[in-house]
Design a protein around this ligand. Structure first.
Ligand SMILES: *Cc1c(COP(=O)(O)O)cnc(C)c1O
Length: 373
């Protein structure tokens, strides 16, 4: 039986260290923020290559806190992709602003910078365009060079949703550091996951970091009972921080292993002559391979291929079967079928294969060998 992700294999590898770390926190009497969280934030900032890492309760909270720090609210528009997890756009609605969707690139599945300008112009009709949330889908960073150009033309901020891309790179920069604000998630299934919920914000901006730290604890001012703005309960707990500190140490090795798995999949799929498009990683980029997602020619071919894998006991997933502009939660935005043809076509054809650092060559060959397409 091949698992979709293998948190059990990873746990067995780090069990002693994780259990010692958790016990240390339980015995310390300090359960929220504190020294474990401080140490993690320092290690995260160093890993990502930014001045400040501010941990928080989830990836969704990280996005919400970033938008709150930018003063985004009703009447504001924030551009984002419809081909992502709910939270990327939900965060915009949670602060009372309006998500404005922009179609994605058919090869990288990330926000298409060429379509941004038109979306900003349309949004300007009855909203104030304020910023862009670009998503590093499946672990591959978006094209921030091109996105920043459009952002500068229209005086917009850029937030990098790096929930799936922790550890990825573009040039010599890590994901999380590719825009002025990076937001990530430590949900267990992400490339760096804890054993509960967690997230973090990254920035080089001292003032923004200060704002994040205040918003994280109810808009706290100079002391605990002084509130200078509206905030949230967005803290990371010490148990998760201690676990993440252990896991961060093995992440570089895990990223290398994921890289090897992705390369082996690509080679095996090509050699087998399967009618599948394998993921494209443009020059200068590296993916953290949160998912290994392939494209079938149409919905029927996808269903047949998934069925052949299921018959061999191999799990697959579909990220995402329904783009966000067609979700009923966003019905009031007035989008309809046909608005974002690339995202819609991807959602009908894409599926993800098992992906984790501990996938063996034999497993990869068994998976590719079981595919009928
Ligand atoms: C997982 C995810 C989030 C949200 O993270 P949580 O920690 O689950 O709140 C946001 N954006 C993307 C792209 C994600 O995959």
């Amino acid at each position: 039986m091949i698992p979709f992700i293998a948190l059990g294999s990873q746990y067995r590898l780090i069990q002693d260290e994780v259990e010692a770390a958790v016990l240390r926190v339980l015995r310390s009497g300090q359960y929220i923020l504190g020294p474990e969280v401080d140490a993690l934030e320092e290690a995260l900032a160093q890993f990502v290559g930014v001045r400040h890492a501010v941990s928080c309760a989830s990836g969704t909270d990280a996005l919400v806190m970033a938008l709150m720090a930018k003063g985004v609210g009703p009447g504001d528009a924030v551009m984002t992709t419809p081909f992502t997890f709910m939270a990327s756009a939900e965060a915009i609605s949670l602060v009372g602003a309006t998500p404005v969707f922009v179609d994605v690139d058919p090869r990288t599945f990330n926000l298409d910078p060429g379509a941004l300008g038109g979306a900003v112009a349309t949004a300007r009709d009855h909203l104030t365009p304020r910023g862009i949330i670009a998503v590093d889908l499946f672990g591959l960073p978006a094209d921030y060079g091109a996105i920043e150009q459009v952002a500068n033309d229209h005086d917009l901020f850029v937030i990098e949703d790096a929930a799936q891309s922790f550890g990825a790179t573009h040039g010599n920069r890590r994901a999380g550091a590719l825009a002025s604000i990076g937001a990530t998630s430590f949900f267990p299934a992400k490339p760096l996951g804890c054993y509960g919920d967690g997230g973090a914000l990254f920035t080089d901006d001292d003032e923004l970091a200060e704002l994040f730290r205040s918003i994280r604890v109810h808009g706290q001012g100079s002391n605990r009972y002084e509130h200078v703005r509206i905030g949230v309960t967005g803290r990371l707990d010490a148990v998760q921080a201690a676990i993440l500190s252990v896991k961060l140490k093995i992440l570089p090795d895990e990223l290398e292993k994921r890289q090897r798995v992705a390369a082996a999949y690509g080679l095996a799929i090509q050699r087998a002559g399967l009618q599948l498009e394998i993921p494209d990683v443009p020059d200068g980029f590296s993916s953290s391979w949160a998912q290994y997602s392939v494209l079938a020619q149409d919905a029927e071919a996808r269903a047949a291929c998934q069925a052949s894998l299921a018959a061999a006991g191999i799990p697959t997933g579909i990220y995402y079967p329904k783009p966000l502009h067609l979700q009923s939660a966003f019905a009031s935005l007035g989008y309809s079928h046909g608005d974002f043809p690339v995202a819609e076509s991807l959602s009908e054809r894409i599926f993800s294969l098992p992906m984790h650092p501990y996938l063996e060559d034999d497993d990869i060959h068994a998976i590719v060998g079981a595919m009928r397409i």
